[in-house]
Design a protein around this ligand. Sequence first.
Ligand code: HEC
Length: 358
Amino acid sequence: MITKSNYSTLITAIIISAIIISGAIVFFALKMDNREVSDAKIESSLNRIMENRQQDKMRQHHLDMNKEVRSTKQRLQAVNQVDKEIDHIFGNSDAEFTLIEYGSFGCVHCADMEQNIRLLVAESKENLNWVYRHLPVAFRNSREALLEAEASECVSVLKGESGFWKFADVLNKNGHQSAFSQQQLRSFAKETGVNESKFEKCLSKGQQKERINRDTQSIASLDIGGLPVVVLKQNKTGKTYPLIEGISTSYFKFEIDQIIRNERTPILEQITSGSKLFATNCAGCHGDNADGKLNKAPALNGTAHAWHHSNFGLFQTIKEGSTAKDSPMKGWKDKLTDDEIESIIRYFQSLWNPEMMR
Ligand code: HEC
């Protein structure tokens, strides 16, 4: 039976439960709302984590690549000096610099590069020559490449250095898509004026195998992949500069200029003058400390990705301007000399972590 006091208790209970229920609804509603807010937050945090991870991965990839480049350059330091008695030298044999190429007849990149080298040597006013060493391995069919190398050495024995270089040129000009037959090699050799039967005897008896082996062995232990392998030597000092970032004449010129520049001006001086030039010409966009806060110009101090580029790549961007469409990054070749551009690179590279260097 419901008494009055029972009744009021019941009403109170109903009111209390109503409050509890509505409170719960509000609480859950708020919670739901919160959950949605935090879902969005979680999603954006996750995205950020993924982005960071992706960036970390890229960063690691570039660090690994730079390490590999440094290690290859280190190993290539061991390439032998020019031996005037044995090496094939194109150009002035007393030149200050030598481009030593390990190549194979039939390697298209080698042939393209060799055309560039011939031009460079001609333009160098006797300061640069070119040494060709045989590396007829791991390429097309190494047996065929070996036969071509042997043919060139037979021509060399019978017709001297001029014969060798002429034969090399004839091979390049006749294309590289397929290997040359012994018959073709014979007819190319004839173009250099060799005695045919002597050439034939030399080739069929494999008389020049050892000579070729000498070249190949001189690099075999360095564990270098790919062709051509090129180093620049300064002959009087024996200093060796591996050229592994390209085969263009502008790249070769860049490297030679850099050696001369570094000999003339100590690095510290280059950094100091580069820092001043940077403040005048670049800081307006790239930030006072190359930290890139203004005008969307990226940081060059090692916190963005400028350090992913090779020195030559940086040099080209600054000299010729960005290749990106409508970029405010114009070329500086009319305002800064090559030396000045290089010293600016030295300056912002001095802000990098050493492992970012190639
Ligand atoms: C008017 C603004 C401006 C000035 C001045 C300027 N830059 Fe840039 N630079 C940019 C912008 C923007 C980019 C971004 C890349 C693009 O647009 O392709 C850039 C890109 C670069 C890059 C490539 C960076 C990368 O991570 O790939 C280098 C290197 C560079 N600038 C060096 C210089 C140097 C050195 C100077 C001074 C001699 C200079 N810049 C002056 C705006 C400028």
